[in-house]
Design a protein around this ligand. Structure first.
Ligand code: FAD
Ligand code: SF4
Length: 510
């Protein structure tokens, strides 16, 4: 038997059982292809991060005596799609068996399933051996239930995998310590300087520049900041556990000008392409907490564990339960185009300018910037979810559809009508000011709802509720806001709506 095994760009899992022993009858293939560089307009750092990590992974396999074929982007024989390249390889090397791991993306899952049915040789699908839950575990857990509550799935995962448990009870008796988190960064607090890697990726950038691939964002090719192999990913994990975990939960929702990562892990890229596993990430953090129980309060650790075995696994389960319908949901029938400044950062709104500029510079923004700045604005401005998805899927280094679309279309845009969230995440300037230091030096005034200098978030916020009363008016979690709105004077309301209308018509000038 002569086997060809396909490794996708987000399947760089050195601990996979495939690689336990080298076998001369097995050849691995990794490929840099246009179908993947072009399905969205990606950030240059995202393409570089994938290619650099794939190249390193191929070298690692080769040094462990595995046979590897690596197809470079500009190889003259590269046919630029998985199916065409695989067919050509089967023919050229006379493989009589084909194997691949379950893709995380619906598009590739369909493609490879159909492809393997069509080819003349037998094929087998292996698990990717990465996640805590299977694709369908969430669907089974919520079977016959109307809503999919993340919190109940999280409790189930904690119990099932015996994480932070004492017998069948959660450590300390409480499951969730979110109430202890959500603090603003104190004025003179200087967060830990983020660990970055000065990787030289000049050759890969040149390789991409030789093509007409359209990218977004900036890169310093001699000092690429992201981890591009397992060793660097483990270093970043260590850095997080030692330096950031002690304050992770407290400042998880905080934002500050020129601070691009605060106490966040920046491990989503390494995890999403499987250079490290969620299990080792959690174990390393629990170990650090055991070592320094007085320095690392329990709520910091619980908040972090919840993101990984709660939210991350939950989003994956929702994805496999709801695709492909999910990708076209548009609960509010939003239709507007994304403002041009989402691609340049050129806006007078301080909070948006900073979140977008850092996304262009680092291919990264932390959760609250994605949810409560760029996501919040897009929802208030009535942007079509396709446009919003396209932006998030392109700009972030960790953006792979299973975790991008559930967060964007679901959590952030409420375009799924409440599958992932119980109410839309929208806010006026009030919340942004509470969690950040942006408003004080902004061109706009956070306290004004109308007038030239009024913060656009304020009028757009009320406009959003007003326009969507039919869909949201009965939501008990929003009742209070509707009461406030209804109690406002008729003239005040119409001034606010006029202001919103003006801003929406001149959205590119904001
Ligand atoms: P930390 O804040 O340090 O959190 C630790 C880890 O928890 C992350 O690495 C991640 O693996 C996990 N996590 C936290 N929140 C979530 C969540 N909501 N869903 C899934 N995992 C979570 N995450 C992606 O990995 N890819 C995306 O394309 C993506 N798109 C997003 C789009 C929007 C609009 C929003 C609101 C969130 C999105 N997220 C996405 C979730 C989250 O913002 C990122 O996982 C996080 O910012 C990554 O940075 P970090 O590693 O520093 O995270
Ligand atoms: Fe953002 Fe408005 Fe504050 Fe300016 S005033 S930083 S636009 S919330």
């Amino acid at each position: 038997k002569k086997t060809l095994r396909l490794i996708l760009g987000d399947q760089l899992n050195s601990n996979h059982s495939w690689f336990k022993t080298a076998d001369d009858a097995i050849t691995y293939v990794l490929m840099e292809i246009r179908s993947e560089t072009d399905y969205a307009q990606h950030h240059i750092q995202k393409i570089v991060g994938f290619f650099a990590s794939m190249q390193n992974f191929a070298s690692e396999l080769q040094s462990n005596n595995h046979n590897v074929i690596y197809v470079y982007l500009n190889d003259p024989t590269n046919l630029q799609s998985f199916d065409k390249n695989i067919l050509a390889l089967i023919e050229k090397h006379h493989f009589n068996n084909f194997e691949f791991q379950k893709p995380d993306e619906y598009r590739l899952d369909e493609l490879l399933k159909n492809f393997s049915k069509k080819i003349a040789i037998p094929s087998t699908i292996a698990d990717s051996e990465h996640f805590f839950s299977t694709r369908v575990e969430l669907s089974t857990f919520f079977e016959r239930k109307k809503t999919f509550l993340m919190e109940s799935f999280y409790h189930y995962m904690r119990k099932k995998h015996h994480i932070l448990m004492e017998g069948d009870k959660p450590i300390s008796g409480k499951w969730n310590f979110d109430g202890d988190n959500r603090k603003k960064l104190p004025k003179n607090h200087k967060p830990t300087t983020p660990l970055v890697f000065n990787n030289n990726v000049v050759e890969i950038v040149d390789e991409i520049n030789q093509t007409n691939i359209k990218t977004i964002g900036n890169i310093d090719a001699k000092n690429f900041v992201w981890p591009i192999n397992r060793e660097q990913s483990l270093q970043l994990l260590d850095f997080f556990a030692i330096e950031c975990l002690p304050l992770f939960g407290s400042y998880q929702d905080a934002m500050s000008p020129n601070e691009w990562s605060l106490y966040h892990a920046r491990l989503s890229f390494s995890m999403n392409i499987k250079m490290i596993s969620p299990q080792e990430v959690i174990e390393r953090c629990i170990e650090e907490w055991h070592k320094r129980p007085t320095e690392i309060e329990y709520h910091q650790l619980e908040g972090f564990v919840r993101q990984i075995i709660g939210w991350r696994e939950y989003m994956r389960g929702i994805y496999w339960n709801k695709m492909p319908e999910y990708a076209s949901m548009n609960y509010f029938d939003h239709e507007a185009k994304l403002p041009d400044w989402y691609w340049t950062g050129k806006t007078k709104m301080n909070c948006l300018r900073d979140a977008i500029q850092q996304s262009l510079d680092y291919s990264y923004a932390h959760h609250i910037q994605r949810l409560m700045i760029t996501g919040n604005f897009a929802l208030l401005a009535g942007i079509h979810p396709d446009e919003v998805d396209r932006w998030y899927l392109g700009i972030y280094i960790d953006a792979i559809q299973w975790v991008e679309i559930t967060n964007t279309r679901g959590m952030s845009q409420f375009a799924d009508g409440g599958i992932v969230g119980t109410k839309p995440y929208v806010s006026s300037a009030n919340y942004i000011d509470k969690m950040s230091h942006y408003c004080g030096s902004c061109f706009y005034k956070k306290a004004l709802k109308t007038g030239d200098k009024a913060c656009p978030f304020n009028s757009l916020y009320w406009n959003f509720y007003d326009k969507n009363e039919g869909k949201l008016g009965k939501n008990p979690r929003i009742g209070m806001m509707y009461n406030l709105w209804r109690k406002m004077k008729v003239e005040t309301k119409s001034e606010i709506l006029e202001q919103a209308d003006y801003y929406l018509k001149n959205i590119n000038e904001l």
